[in-house]
Design a protein around this ligand. Structure first.
Ligand SMILES: [Mg+2]
Length: 118
């Protein structure tokens, strides 16, 4: 990852945060993948059992709590990428390009069908 992009700066700040607390010893890929999934589950927890309209219009407090869980997801994803030496922006660009081929506009516009069922 380029050192001057926002994600790299955030990744470096997270690494420093972990290093200062001697938490690097816990940040192996397995633990980080589990933490990432757990934090994603914490986002789900806010939406579980809500109606569609309730989910679309969270109150300010709950919305902020969701935003904080989203931040947790991003931070664990960045930490995992750091440990696996993955350039996340490059990987996302690669995956988006793959999805452009999997989901041609003329075939999928307005449809939510998975690529292998097209
Ligand atoms: Mg959390």
């Amino acid at each position: 990852m380029d050192n001057d992009d926002g994600l790299s700066k955030l990744s470096a700040a997270i690494a420093e945060f972990a290093e200062q607390r001697d938490w690097d010893q816990f940040h192996n890929p397995k633990n980080l993948a589990m933490a990432l999934a757990a934090e994603a589950g914490e986002i789900l927890d806010h939406f579980q059992w809500l109606s569609q309209s309730e989910a679309d219009s969270l109150g300010a407090t709950q919305r902020h709590e969701v935003v904080m869980e989203m931040a947790d997801v991003l931070m664990f994803l960045l930490r995992l990428a750091d440990k696996l030496q993955v350039d996340l922006l490059k990987a996302a660009e690669e995956k988006l390009e793959l999805n452009r081929h999997r989901y041609p506009v003329e075939k999928v516009r307005g449809r939510a069908t998975k690529y292998d069922k097209l």
